[in-house]
Design a protein around this ligand. Structure first.
Ligand code: 1CP
Length: 341
């Protein structure tokens, strides 16, 4: 059966513009919170294939989005590479063991991607239950974004440690990025072999780099991942998303299919640069979901600009935990309704 989301990734005609939301499997859903309360620990949730499948399917049932995204985290891979991970309330992810020198990189596990069997089992379970017209998106973090956590040890505002490496020890940093890239490529290939219909690379912290450094330390590695996957699986769409780099878009090319556009970047600007060479995904400011009128205003504007062009509706970053579910449903319904052809 044809999947509207996959067709849109390749720029084929669809009955309406498909829609899903970044971070759609998460805390704004009462049914997610119920499971979280029961299990208690976020990482334990990601390590249980039954729970992974259940949470992944929740937004499909509740919102009727066109794609499900695997419930997991970009930090499971570095955790399996040998850095113990914990999530602290009010802080977020913490790696107590950090990467600072070449010996730390050498000791990382080269077989980590094989150890994430709970993700592959989860994907198989999801595909048993996912309606055939819906697509499943597998994902990973970009090597740069994942490495920021591995070097900083936690979320960061200044990125001082990793940016010191950019300017004072780029050789070591490239070694780390190469290692993470290799594991990430194998990880995504196995997600595809387990049943993922598309894959997405999240580069949340690309915007921490100035232009030339962004291409050297982030984009080129994302591009390599996309190329290596395309070589093996040309019919699986690849989505790249970097946050905070709208002004660098004119330098972005590669063998991918969909480019995520964040909410800081006017979508008409992205369209002017890319024309219809890629499908653009995005880009409503997620805080507009607090108000239906504000949501309607943006959806109408984006639909008008993207009419006749390659497009998938989404937010310009993840949905926030206190957004009313009703407003999320309103967004999804409206996107489909006003683009129905
Ligand atoms: O219940 C909870 O409190 C856990 C919250 C949560 C959830 C639901 C975290 C912790 N991760 C996730 C799932 C998740 N993370 C998904 C699942 C699928 C979906 O989109 O619905 C995805 C794709 C991610 C990706 C992710 N994790 C990114 C990249 C995307 C983005 O939003 O920028 C990043 C940076 C992370 C790290 C992370 N995971 C969780 C937290 C609190 C953080 C830190 C974010 C930060 O440093 O600001």
């Amino acid at each position: 059966m044809r999947k509207i989301f996959i067709d849109a990734c390749f720029g084929k005609e669809t009955p309406y513009t498909p829609v899903w939301m970044m971070r759609q499997a998460g805390r704004y859903l009462p049914e997610y919170m119920e499971i979280r309360k029961k299990i208690g620990n976020f990482l334990d949730m990601t390590r249980n294939p039954e729970i992974v499948a259940e949470i992944t399917l929740q937004p499909i049932r509740r919102l009727d989005v066109d794609a499900a995204i695997l419930f997991s985290d970009i930090l499971n891979l570095p955790m399996e590479m040998g850095l113990p991970l914990r999530f602290e309330k009010g802080i977020g992810p913490i790696f107590d063991k950090k990467i600072s020198k070449i010996e730390d990189i050498v000791s990382l596990d080269n077989d980590a991607y094989n150890k994430i069997s709970y993700v592959y089992e989860g994907i198989k379970q999801i595909k048993k239950e996912l309606p055939p017209e819906k697509a499943l998106i597998g994902f990973c973090g970009s090597p740069w974004t994942v490495s920021t956590y591995m070097v900083e040890g936690r979320g960061s505002k200044q990125y001082a440690k990793i940016k010191k490496m950019v300017y004072a020890d780029s050789e070591t940093l490239h070694k780390l990025l190469e290692k993470v890239t290799e594991q990430t490529t194998k990880y995504l290939l196995k997600q595809i072999e387990s049943g993922a219909d598309a894959v997405m690379v999240f580069d949340s912290w690309g915007g921490a780099l100035e232009r030339d450094k962004f291409f050297e330390f982030s984009w080129d590695y994302m591009r390599k991942i996309a190329k290596d996957i395309k070589e093996k699986y040309s019919s699986v769409p690849i989505i790249l998303f970097s946050k905070g780099v709208g002004l660098y878009m004119d330098g972005m090319d590669g063998e991918f299919d969909v480019l995520g556009v964040d909410w800081n970047t006017p979508i008409e600007y992205a369209l002017k640069i890319f024309k219809d060479n890629y499908t653009l995904q995005g880009n409503m400011d997620p805080t507009r979901l607090y108000n239906k009128e504000a949501t309607k205003e943006a959806v109408e504007k984006i639909a008008k600009i993207m009419k006749g062009h390659r497009h998938i509706f989404n937010l310009g970053h993840g949905i926030l935990p206190d957004v009313p579910v009703e407003n999320a449903k309103y967004f999804v319904d409206l996107c489909k309704e006003i683009t129905r052809r």
